[in-house]
Ligand binder design. Structure first.
Ligand SMILES: Nc1ncnc2c1ncn2[C@@H]1O[C@H](COP(=O)(O)OP(=O)(O)OP(=O)(O)O)[C@@H](O)[C@H]1O
Ligand SMILES: [Mg+2]
Length: 238
């Protein structure tokens, strides 16, 4: 339960001349929900991209199940079990729900079991079965987010990286989403959750990290951070 599944050590990263992360180290325990919070521009998305293999760190290392994967690209990491659901629910609007789901099962590891995985998603999320032939673009925001996450689960990940999944959703959809994320952990998938909805996030998370200007400013048990003065003032509006 507490074995580290994903870890970064001394990571510096950025875009061209722009340095965004300045020596970030953190570890994610297997089976947990780990929250990553921080202000706009702190580098949260950049860190997720480093974990997913979309940006190579300028310095530092990434470990998965204690193996160095720093030099492995995004496709290899998906194949190994690290899936990123990017910000903005990027479903293909003119593809059906089912086609969107199948896109998620592209790696050789899961290709052969696509049909079974699809059934599993439909059993878990009956709404997707009901809407399987519907164009994804006609779904509500909350339904599109559900689809985007289910598509990520179609790669049968061990670790699911979620970038601001609640952004722009109606309150009921946000509640449904957080319940869905907790259930994903119960199903044995480790979750890294980047969220602006800090209160709800710290309620479901086990551990949390606060990123400020590309550095880890605070870390600990989610409940402890929720009770921390600095977190309350800066992120919980207390
Ligand atoms: N593709 C890019 N090219 C250049 N600079 C970028 C790029 N993407 C992000 N940045 C810059 O890197 C910094 C960190 O961005 P990042 O998206 O990681 O922050 P974030 O914490 O996810 O913010 P937000 O809460 O707004 O999503 C910002 O100053 C941003 O302007
Ligand atoms: Mg971001």
């Amino acid at each position: 339960m507490t074995a580290r599944i994903l870890e970064v050590e001394g990571v510096h990263a950025g875009y061209g001349e722009i340095r965004v992360l300045h020596g970030v180290s953190l570890a994610i325990d297997g089976g947990s929900i780990t929250a990553l919070v921080g202000s706009n521009g702190a580098g949260k998305t950049t860190l997720l991209k480093v974990l997913a293999g979309l940006i190579p760190p300028l310095q530092g290392s990434v470990f998965y199940r204690h193996r160095d994967i720093t030099d492995e690209g995004a496709a290899r990491r998906v194949a190994k079990g690290i899936a990123l659901v990017p910000e903005g629910r990027l479903v293909f609007p003119n593809f059906s729900v089912e086609e969107n789901l199948l896109v998620g099962a592209f790696t050789p590891r899961v290709r052969a079991e696509r049909a079974a995985l699809l059934e599993q998603m439909y059993d878990r999320y009956p709404l997707l079965r009901e809407r399987r032939r519907q164009m994804a673009g006609t779904l509500s925001g909350g339904q599109q987010q559900l689809l985007a996450i289910a598509r990520g689960l179609m790669s049968r990940p061990s670790v699911l990286l979620l970038d601001e999944p609640s952004l722009g959703l109606a309150p009921q959809a946000v509640r449904d989403l957080f319940r869905m994320i907790a259930a994903i952990r119960e199903a044995g998938v480790t979750v890294m959750l980047v969220e602006q909805n800090v209160r709800a996030t710290l309620e479901i998370a086990d551990a949390a990290f606060v990123l400020e200007s590309g550095r880890i400013a605070l870390s600990g048990a989610a409940a402890d951070l929720a009770a921390d003065d600095r977190v309350q003032r800066s992120y919980l509006g207390v």
